[in-house]
Design a binder for this molecule. Structure first.
Ligand code: SAM
Length: 247
C-alpha cells in the first residue's frame, strides 16, 4: 500500500529503467554533456522538473531563432539530421533516458550539429516550467511509447491535459507534428487532439491524417512498424487562432 508519509510518484509516460551506458556512450557523455545537456532544477526524481524561472533561450543558444522542441528524441535518429537541415532554428530536445541522450551527443558531434540542446527531463514538467506560453514554433512527437494495455492508457503522453499544455506553448503560427505506427494510438491521438481547445487539425478537410512528413527520417521505430505490417500515421496540428488553450 502507498505510504502516507511518502509523496505519491506522478504517473509518467516513460519507463524508469536502469541507465547503464556502453563505452561509446560514456565517452560521448564525458566529451559533450557539459556543452549540450542543460542542467535544470529537479523536483522529486532526477527526471522531474521543479518550478523555476523559464529557460533563457537567448543565452542557452547564444542567439535568437525560431524554436523547435522534440519530445522523446530517443537516440537522436530524427533529431540530428533534422536539426542539421535547419541550421537557422534552435532545437531543444527532451529525452529522459541517459544512454539515448549520450548516443545523441555522439551523433551531434559526428555531424557537427551545434543548434541542439538536450534536457534529460520529463517533457511535461519541462514545457510547464521551462518554456513560456507562445514561445515554441514547432513541436515533434514521433513514435511515442504506445502504452497498449487499458490500465496503462493513463501513461500515454498524448492526453487532453498535455494537448492543452502543448497548445499553450505554441506561437500563433506554431505547429505540432506527431507520428505513430500503432493504429489504436493513432486513433486515440485523433480523438484527443481533434477536439483539443487551442489546436486545429491541419488536415481536417482531407481525412484528418497528414501526409508523411517528408523531413522525418525513417527511425528504427518506423522500420519495425513497417516490417510488422503496421501503417505509419502522421498527424499535424496548428495553434488555433483565439487564445483558448489552457496556460
Ligand atoms: C518509442 S521511443 C521513440 C524515440 C524517437 N522519437 C524515434 O522515433 O526514434 C520514445 C522515447 O520517448 C521518451 N519519453 C517518453 N516520455 C517522455 C517524456 N515525458 N519526456 C521525455 N522523454 C520521454 C522515452 O524515453 C523514449 O526514448
Amino acid at each position: 500500500m502507498h505510504s502516507p508519509t511518502r509523496p505519491r510518484r506522478q504517473v509518467v509516460s516513460f519507463v524508469r529503467r536502469s541507465a547503464r551506458m556502453n563505452e561509446s556512450q560514456q565517452r560521448a557523455w564525458q566529451r559533450h554533456a557539459a556543452e549540450w545537456v542543460v542542467e535544470v532544477e529537479q523536483h522529486e526524481t532526477s527526471t522531474s522538473v521543479a518550478e523555476q524561472p523559464p529557460l533563457d533561450l537567448g543565452t542557452l543558444f547564444g542567439r535568437t531563432a525560431p524554436l523547435l522542441v522534440e519530445i522523446g528524441s530517443g537516440t537522436g535518429d530524427s533529431l540530428v539530421p533534422m536539426a542539421a537541415a535547419r541550421p537557422d532554428w534552435n532545437v531543444l530536445a527532451f529525452e529522459v533516458f541517459q544512454p539515448a541522450v549520450a548516443s545523441t551527443l555522439g551523433k551531434l558531434a559526428a555531424a557537427g550539429v551545434g543548434n541542439v540542446r538536450l534536457l534529460m527531463h520529463d517533457a511535461v514538467g519541462g514545457l510547464t516550467h521551462l518554456l513560456t506560453p507562445a514561445s515554441v514554433d514547432e513541436v515533434w512527437t514521433f513514435f511515442p511509447d504506445p502504452w497498449h494495455k487499458t490500465r496503462h492508457h493513463k501513461r500515454r503522453l498524448v492526453s487532453p491535459e498535455f494537448a492543452g499544455l502543448v497548445a499553450s506553448r505554441l506561437t500563433d503560427t506554431g505547429t505540432w507534428r506527431l507520428a505513430t505506427d500503432w493504429d489504436d494510438y493513432a486513433e486515440w491521438m485523433r480523438e484527443v487532439l481533434d477536439v483539443a481547445p487551442g489546436l486545429v487539425n491541419v488536415h481536417a478537410g482531407d481525412g484528418g491524417w497528414a501526409p508523411r512528413f517528408a523531413d522525418r527520417p525513417v527511425t528504427r521505430f518506423e522500420s519495425r512498424g513497417l516490417a510488422a505490417g503496421r501503417t505509419i500515421r502522421d498527424l499535424t496540428y496548428r495553434r488555433a487562432e483565439s487564445g483558448t488553450a489552457t496556460p
